[in-house]
Design a protein. Structure first.
Length: 183
């Protein structure tokens, strides 16, 4: 099972280097992986699911940072993993893939959201994911020059859980009561 998934992951990555993502068909991934259609569909519904599964390990430290549950070392390790592969990762940060990946990261962040803050979780998770993706993209394409350790520190600072600021009970964004407790 792991070998089949690895073959499918490798096939998609190879194909992304050869052509635009939107030009890749699920049938192309199946053929390049050397697996049968039924085998592919036992693991994934389509190429988008493959892409999201490939990227998930990279996003784990980012999602954990958004909940304040990661270390600088974990973020640095992830950044040092993607840096040598920046040609691939640059392609992933372009439309239409960017929005798919951003939604995946937002979902991962939201899943780690503190209990009781569900009302704002989707909005704040989407905003956090957009910010993290922008930071990562800028670093990978060279718009920002810094070490992986420095960027890891910025991720930790930027991605810290939001402080409760909106306490107006009638405000549509208010999810904290006047006593600071989550409603």
């Amino acid at each position: 099972m792991k070998r089949t998934r690895a073959a499918i992951f490798d096939a998609l990555i190879r194909l992304i280097f050869e052509r635009r993502y939107d030009a890749i068909r699920t049938a192309d991934v199946i053929e390049a992986a050397g697996v049968g259609r039924s085998t592919f569909y036992e693991h994934f519904r389509n190429k988008d699911e493959v892409l999201l599964a490939v990227i998930e390990p990279v996003f784990i430290p980012l999602a954990a940072a958004a909940s304040g549950r990661t270390s600088r070392a974990a973020l640095k390790a992830m950044l040092e993993h993607v840096w040598p592969q920046r040609a691939l990762t640059r392609m992933l940060f372009e439309p239409p893939l960017l929005s798919k990946l951003q939604r995946k990261l937002a979902t991962m962040i939201e899943a780690r959201w503190p209990m009781g803050a569900e009302r704002a979780a989707a909005l704040l998770s989407a905003g956090n994911a957009a910010g993290q993706m922008a930071m990562l993209r800028m670093w990978l394409i060279g718009e920002v020059s810094c070490s992986s350790d420095e960027l890891a520190g910025w991720f930790m600072e930027f991605s810290a859980p939001p402080a409760p600021t909106c306490t107006d009970m009638n405000h549509p964004m208010s999810f904290f009561g006047t006593d600071g407790e989550v409603r």
